[in-house]
Design a protein around this ligand. Structure first.
Ligand code: MOS
Length: 763
């Protein structure tokens, strides 16, 4: 019945998925909820408008804030006149570097002293320096938003302008070579890749360019901050309440327990909803004004002060022997990462595990420009890295007259190609075979430009993508079993719309032997049990690990509470499971939660679970991967590209909820379509200013740009992750841009190596 209902939702389900989904867990007696395509439990709240989003929160006496952004890129404020703004109706306070409280420095791992522990180490209105175009130079607080907006226009600022570094090409001369990119060593040079390349039977060697991208979550960044003495309450839209609370406590010199950050609903994050200047300005303003403050960024404001994805220039060279076996993979290049930035755009991450080769040469170089530092943006690294590498492999296939799927299959690794560590589970071969069959890859014409439909040239392309599995250490959940047999679980993680609380409730229901409607899962409050932020596709496995531990603690507590009269008296923990709304070894030796608590005279039992350390990383390399297939049409008259069909075939371990998972993967693929065809931050290299800071000028895929998207998966469980599941929040985006570019080549014979593939590049 479960598979049947899933089929109705998705149209298709893989045969290899176990009934109910996933890998059998010896501690789960009956798996009935995991694997079911349950709709998001918070869906009704959202679609009926009853889910309170942060800037809808109105506090008593709340002030509204408006920001003034620098219009120069580099220089110093030489003249500052706030009198007209201060005299404007409703204005209570104008904050500038002169009146802003002094902030404490937050030390960051890696040694940088950061005032803002998001992705920027720059001071926030602490001095008259302007360091990038759009930097906040003043904040106006007024009784209403309209009054604040008007008064902000009255702040007069003059600048001593200084030369700024804004040109990508010029900055190469002073590029830095970091020792590491996130946790990986930066420079990988093994097997003499360049030498092997020069003698390869077949080779391609090209440069690929990707533009910057800006974050465009539907919900704008916004925050409400209120002080009560030295206690701070912040309503924010954020991917990490815990980290934010800790950082704000340090910055404002109060104790951790005096800061509470709540964020029950987040209207999209994608990596952009960390801690940036606006939250700190709002908290500072609330302190100075002695009143609550609401600060909501405009859409333009998000472009000005929230970092996005770095532009890149990447060289990819692939050499192959006569049989098409890769002898060398070279992947080097530049991204922008100012010295005060904290987030390298690690485009070679996916290249390290995607294919085997005899030699590797991998290197990132960082350019120091005067811009707002980039940050994580969905599938950081892999999104642009796979565009370059997967385009290059398509070029190599064409050069050697090989089928692009065949060429990839010939070079799939059976272990980590560089470290030699075994994969925990890896069935990309299967994903390619399944995807190709379902897509009808054998209908592809190998010679470009041969399929035609009127003025349209039609072509097919494929690419591979991937994203690493992560499980964060130390995650905790708090679990309360109540006398009525219901369970409340909570932790400080986030649900940005992915379905976190839904999937975790499904898992908890099966693990505790309860129906789904007996579970509530509460997230998004820094005072709850400490859990990591939502990011890195890591949250699902991370929280599941903590719930597993909490269930064990609960079992132990209940065995102690059950007493001598209980049918489970004297049983050891290893002899029982949580099943049928109670604890038991078999039908005769079973006691219900209600009965145990009633006999013990307890209203509730509360336990805390901590996820086991992620020791799986010591033994295995753990990755999800994908085979993306795409069919496009390109107009010979206008150069317009239309994506007619898109299929993602994924190898991502157990799929816990086919509905939320397919939705995540599909959303990721749509973001990939944007990367391929429409999205581009237009950065004026003369002025250092973003020119298209609006949804009218920065094009994300709209409904008519998005075809039917087919999502399938191998469903093969990972034996080394909780319930066999790896993350998939970012996986969908990886590889899509290359699949589109490769389909465009197949249709037209035109190879576009700089994104996005706009029509002017095809005429
Ligand atoms: Mo993601 S880019 O870790 O929100």
């Amino acid at each position: 019945a479960v598979i049947g209902s899933a089929r109705r939702v998705l149209g298709w389900m893989p045969d290899r998925m176990l009934p109910g989904g996933g890998i059998p867990d010896p501690l789960i007696a009956r798996q009935t909820e995991v694997g079911r395509p349950t709709s998001r439990l918070d869906g009704p709240l959202k679609v009926t408008g009853r889910a309170p989003f942060v800037t809808e929160t109105v506090l008593d006496g709340q002030l509204s804030a408006a920001l003034v952004h620098s219009t120069i890129t580099r220089g110093r404020i030489s003249r500052l006149d706030t009198r007209a703004a201060e005299a404007a109706p409703g204005v209570v306070l104008v904050l500038t570097y002169r009146t802003m409280p002094r902030l404490r420095i937050v030390p960051m791992p890696g040694g940088a002293n950061l005032f803002a522990p998001g992705s920027s180490g720059l001071p926030i209105m602490q001095d008259p320096e302007v360091r990038y175009n759009g930097q906040v130079v003043a904040a106006v607080l007024a009784e209403t938003q309209e009054q604040a907006d008007h008064a902000a226009s009255l702040v007069e600022i003059g600048y001593d302008v200084r030369p700024a570094a804004t040109r990508f090409e010029d900055a190469k001369a002073t590029a830095r070579t970091p020792a590491s990119i996130l946790i990986e060593k930066n420079h990988v040079s093994i097997g003499g890749a360049e030498r092997r390349l020069s003698t390869a039977a077949h080779r391609v060697d090209n440069v690929y360019r990707t533009p910057g991208h800006n974050h465009n979550a539907i919900e704008l960044h916004g925050v409400t901050a209120a002080w009560d003495g030295d206690s701070l309450l912040v309503h924010d839209t954020t991917q990490g309440v815990m980290a934010e609370a800790a950082a704000l406590a340090t910055i404002f010199g109060v104790k951790n327990e005096q800061v509470r950050v709540v964020s029950p609903f987040v209207g999209g994050g994608f990596g952009g909803k960390g801690l940036w200047d606006h939250q700190i300005i709002a908290v500072a303003a609330a302190r100075v004004a002695g009143r609550p403050v609401r600060l909501r960024l405009s859409r333009e404001g998000v472009y000005r002060i929230i970092g996005g994805r770095s532009p890149s220039e990447q060289r990819v060279a692939v050499g192959a022997d006569a049989d098409g076996r890769f002898t060398a993979i070279v992947h080097t290049g530049y991204t922008v990462m100012p010295v005060y930035g904290a987030c390298p755009e690690q485009f070679t991450m996916g290249t390290r595990t995607a294919y085997r080769a005899d030699g590797f040469e991998l290197l990132h170089r960082h350019l120091d420009l005067d811009i707002v530092p980039n940050t994580f943006m969905r599938t950081p690294g892999e999104t642009i890295g796979t565009f370059a590498v997967e385009s290059a492999i398509d070029e190599l296939a064409h050069e050697m007259d090989a089928d692009p799927v065949e060429l990839r299959l010939r070079n799939l690794p059976d272990r980590h190609p560089i470290s030699g560590a075994p994969f925990s589970q890896h069935a990309l071969h299967q994903a390619f075979v399944d995807g190709a069959a379902r897509f009808g890859w054998d209908e592809r014409t190998t010679k470009p430009g041969e399929r035609r439909d009127g003025e349209w040239l039609v072509g097919m392309g494929c690419a591979s993508g991937g994203f690493p599995y992560a499980r964060m250490p130390g995650a905790k959940v708090r679990l309360t079993l109540r006398r009525d047999g219901s369970v409340a679980i909570s932790c400080s993680a986030q649900d940005m719309g992915m379905g976190t609380s839904t999937v975790q409730s499904q898992h908890a229901a099966d693990r505790l032997g309860l129906p789904l409607d007996r579970i509530t899962f509460t997230l998004g409050d820094s005072t709850l049990a400490a859990s990591p932020m939502a990011g890195g596709s890591a949250q699902t496995a991370t929280i599941m690990g903590a719930v597993m531990s909490a269930a064990d603690r609960l079992r132990d507590e209940l065995l102690k509470l059950a007493g001598a009269d209980s049918p489970i008296a004297g049983l050891r923990p290893s002899a029982v499971r949580l099943v049928d709304e109670g604890v038991g070894a078999d039908a005769a030796r079973h006691d219900t939660y209600r009965a145990i608590l009633a006999r013990a005279g307890r209203d509730e039992v509360t336990v805390t679970g901590t996820g086991a350390p992620p020791l799986e990383f010591l033994k295995y390399t753990m990755h999800s991967s994908s085979a993306i297939f795409c069919e496009v049409r390109v107009s010979e008259v206008t150069g317009e590209v239309r994506v007619d069909r898109l299929l993602g075939s994924f190898d991502c371990g157990t799929v816990l909820n086919p509905k939320t998972a397919a939705s995540q993967l599909r959303g990721g693929m749509i973001m990939g379509l944007g990367v391929a065809l429409t999205e581009e931050t237009l950065f004026d290299e003369r002025t250092g200013r973003i020119m298209n800071a609006s949804l009218a000028d920065y094009h994300i895929p709209a409904h008519l740009d998005v075809p039917d998207i087919d999502v399938i998966w191998t469903g093969i469980p990972d034996p080394h992750s909780p319930l066999g599941a790896r993350g998939l929040g970012e996986l969908g985006t990886s590889g899509v841009a290359a699949a589109v570019a490769n389909a465009v080549f197949n249709a037209t014979g035109r190879r576009v190596r700089d994104l996005p593939i706009t029509l002017d590049k095809l005429l």
